[in-house]
Design a protein around this ligand. Structure first.
Ligand code: ADP
Ligand code: MG
Length: 430
């Protein structure tokens, strides 16, 4: 019986709605910029569902002298429920525009959809907080109630003729189509969340692997030290040999110390927690920390720091910049200036670290961040790698500009967060 009513046109309408939902989900999934800004994601939602609604209208289920029958109320309600009144208003405008262009202006259509907009916009904030099963039934119930209500209004004010196909296609079928669309939206969104979570875990994995490889690196010098001390223990040795052993042991200990410094200066238990970081405050702290070292190398410090917020682990963040600042200072054995800037640019916080030191060749720039690559006699070749890994873990990118004997500028771009750091906690609209 119902099968009789599920014809090609109904399936086409269903298809347009699916296209709208999938287009939204696909683009949302592939654009970090859209995910970060509520406004962008609402514009996208509005655009995709407008497309669906207009297609439904252009290729309707059937046309009656009094009204065009299609499932446009589904994308319309879907957009308003998920996007709120603003998206609903945009959808209403586009819908009326398309209706007027395609079939002429019909005041009744405006009244019907204005009622739907008002009701769905009121329900929207509550709807978005509901668990999934309740969302499905709320969508079903609301679509049905609004269909009945608007039909009632149409009958009262315009003496609208209610026909059997109208009952099927406007009142009975759309609630189920709506429930299906909400189910899809939710499933796609959950898959997206699961993927994001997985990616975050993979990034954490990089850092724990790093920890494992570094503890291995520390074990080597310790083994050497142990060996020489055991040798010293065996009995009286010539003074010269004893001194040589002690020197080697001390050098190895220094190496172990350097490795720890490049990686673990700030390490604390439970270092995996991330939080909002005010880059200006933290960079200032690191600058203070290296001030004595800079002074020793006749390097002056200059900084211009905006209060941008990024998400990350504070200890890692400090470690990253400590390593970069140290490299810059070490690149200026005859003194110079280490200049640090932080700037909030739209959706990013851009940090630059520049020095007028020895600079790097093209080959050195290419190998920057490679483990154990060092041009220094006592270098570990770990500092830059750790810094780069931390930047990548925070979702950032980096770029080096360097000229031999002129200096080096490192530009680091981190995604900006709109969340305030804990010290100045304040909820952000959204
Ligand atoms: P290390 O400092 O122990 O040598 P890093 O990983 O910190 O190891 O740095 C790797 C190499 O990158 C350095 O040995 C140096 O050749 C080069 N480098 C890093 N930063 C700079 C800089 N600011 N100026 C010139 N060379 C640099
Ligand atoms: Mg270094």
């Amino acid at each position: 019986m119902a099968g009789l009513y599920i014809n090609q046109h109904v399936l086409n309408n269903l298809f347009y709605i699916l296209v709208g939902v999938f287009a939204f989900s696909f683009i949302y999934d592939h654009s970090a910029a859209i995910r970060r800004r509520l406004l962008y994601s609402r514009v996208l939602l509005g655009a995709c569902l407008t497309l669906a609604a207009v297609l439904c209208m252009k290729f309707p289920i059937y046309i009656d002298p009094a009204c065009v029958h299609d499932f446009r109320q589904v994308p319309f309600l879907l957009g308003t429920l998920y996007g709120g009144s603003a998206v609903g208003a945009v959808l209403l405008t586009m819908l009326m525009l398309a209706r007027t262009i395609l079939y002429g202006f019909q005041p009744l259509t405006l009244i019907v959809y204005a009622i739907m907009l008002a009701a769905a916009a009121v329900v929207s904030p509550l709807f978005r907080r509901l668990p999934r099963p309740s969302k499905l039934f709320t969508a079903l119930g609301l679509t049905f109630l609004l269909a009945v209500l608007t039909t009632f209004v149409a009958v009262v004010i315009a003496d609208f003729q209610v026909t059997k196909p109208y009952i099927i296609y406007f009142i009975l079928m759309p609630p189920f189509v709506m429930m299906f669309a909400v189910y899809l939206m939710e499933t796609l969104h959950e898959a997206q969340l699961a993927r994001a979570e997985l990616m975050k875990m993979e990034k954490m994995e990089i850092v724990s692997q790093l920890a494992a490889s570094i503890s291995h690196e520390i074990r080597n010098p310790l083994t050497v030290v142990k060996g020489f001390i055991q040798l010293l223990q065996t009995g009286p040795l010539p003074r010269e040999t004893e001194e040589r052993y002690i020197r080697i042991a001390l050098e190895e200990l220094e190496r172990a110390e350097a490795i720890i410094r490049d990686y673990l200066t700030f390490a604390k238990p439970a270092p995996k927690e991330t939080e909002p970081i005010d880059v200006a405050i933290q960079l200032q702290k690191v600058l203070q920390m290296i001030a004595p070292m800079a002074h020793m190398h006749s390097v002056s410090l200059s900084s211009s720091l905006d209060h941008g917020i990024v998400i990350g682990n504070v200890q890692y963040f400090q470690q990253c910049f400590l390593n970069l600042f140290k490299n810059s200072i070490e690149a200026m054995p005859n003194g110079g200036t280490l200049r640090v800037t932080a700037e909030h640019r739209g959706t990013a916080v851009v940090i630059t670290v520049s020095d007028n030191g020895v600079g790097m060749t093209k080959e050195q720039v290419r190998r920057f961040g490679e483990p154990y690559f060092s041009t220094k006699e006592k270098g570990t070749g770990l500092g830059a790698m750790v810094a780069v890994k931390i930047i990548e873990q925070m979702g950032g990118t980096w770029n080096i500009e360097s000229a031999v004997q002129k200096g080096t500028t490192l530009t680091i771009t981190l995604p900006a967060s709109r969340v305030k750091p804990p010290t100045a906690e304040r909820s952000v609209a959204g």
